[in-house]
Design a protein around this ligand. Structure first.
Ligand code: COA
Length: 322
């Protein structure tokens, strides 16, 4: 008997405040047309002062629990992907466990920057396939607006806040077909966010903001995502034409178009949310997946390729027969 991790519920949350390109143009030297042409982004959501990665994770998680019609007590494992945890510890996973009011569950965080949800999905799938657990809640939740330097036009235009969730359960019916995750720690300088309280160089006095060499990140991202697509198809003995939907990490529309081209997919088969959300880091893939499930684009039985790329660098994919 093959044991799959089947998707039994999804959820998502976006904070209420919308920050448009025009609003950003009032504080830094940029314009709506520059941002939209280079990135595909028009606006992003910004969390309110009382919101956090844990509070947004709870809303997305409860939606997924409702969709799956399960009792939260049935969750064996909670994995939260975040680069913006409420606290260094306890983990956001533990804070979410407390918010959901469940006791007999293991909870922890995964930190793989924008690839976090794919890494978390991969871990969840291994735990389910091994038979160690039955039901896993995976959440990506990010409050990027708090680690963005709003005076740096090269980064503040890109990011947004939000959370996405997915519930997986062991099943004989199809689900996750394979996951593939990778890291290469050589690229620290191209994209990083310092932790000023735990400085590695006391003389550097870095603020806790995202620092990025966007142009170089762009090139590595396009090449790397092309390779992960091939790896995923080969591992499943599948052809490009077998994929019904691409759910990419939402960093830049030009990176997404390049990956779709590589797959010979029409943009009608690609789930794009970044225009009004920006890059929500580890939350983006799960938010997009949830949206396309809820609006009926992704149907049971269809093959969906999720992929992401992030600081580290980290990158990965998950092929799901939904
Ligand atoms: N508005 C106007 N001009 C801007 C700007 C902005 N918001 N940000 C940068 N510029 C300027 C630069 O200062 C530079 O000016 P110069 O030529 O006078 O030095 C010029 O635009 C070109 O900068 P560059 O960084 O080469 O632009 P780009 O075409 O690479 O676009 C990004 C910048 C950030 C949009 C693009 O590199 C990108 O999206 N990279 C990927 C980033 C990413 O996805 N990161 C997350 C990975 S998970």
């Amino acid at each position: 008997m093959i044991r799959y991790s089947r998707v039994i519920g999804t959820g998502g949350y976006l904070p209420a405040e919308v920050r448009t390109n025009d609003q950003i143009s009032q504080t830094v030297d940029t314009s709506d047309s520059w941002i939209y042409e280079r990135t595909g982004i028009k606006s992003r959501r910004i969390a309110g002062p009382d919101e956090s990665a844990a509070s947004m994770a709870e809303i997305a998680a409860r939606q997924a629990i409702d969709a799956a019609q399960i009792n939260p007590e049935e969750i064996d494992l909670i994995i939260v992907a975040t680069g913006t945890p409420d606290r260094i510890y306890p983990s956001t996973g533990c804070l979410l466990q407390q918010r959901l009011g469940i006791k007999n569950t293991v909870a922890f965080d995964v930190q793989a920057a924008c690839s976090g949800s794919i890494f978390a999905l991969s871990i969840a799938d291994q735990y389910i396939k091994s038979g160690a657990v039955r039901t896993v809640l995976v959440v990506g939740s990010e409050i990027c607006s708090r680690i963005v330097d709003w005076t740096d036009r090269s980064t503040c235009i890109l990011f947004g806040d939000g959370a996405g969730a997915i519930l997986l359960r062991a099943s004989e019916e199809t689900g996750v077909l394979s996951t593939h995750i990778h890291s290469d720690g050589e690229y620290e300088d191209l994209l990083y966010c310092p932790n000023p309280q735990v400085a590695i160089d006391a003389n550097k006095h870095e603020a806790g903001y995202i620092s990025m060499r966007g142009n170089e990140v762009f090139k590595v991202a396009v090449n790397t995502l092309g390779r992960i697509v091939d790896e995923t198809l080969e591992a499943n003995n599948m052809d490009k034409a077998d994929i019904d939907w691409l759910v990419p990490h939402q960093a830049n529309i030009r990176i997404i178009i390049a990956t779709a081209k590589k797959l010979k997919m029409s943009m009608d088969q690609v789930v794009v949310t970044l225009e009004n959300q920006g890059n929500t880091s580890s939350a983006s893939v799960l938010i997009a997946f949830n949206e396309a499930v809820r609006d009926g684009r992704i149907q049971r039985g269809q093959v969906v390729l999720l992929e992401a790329f992030g600081a580290g660098f980290t990158w990965g994919s998950a092929l799901i027969k939904y």
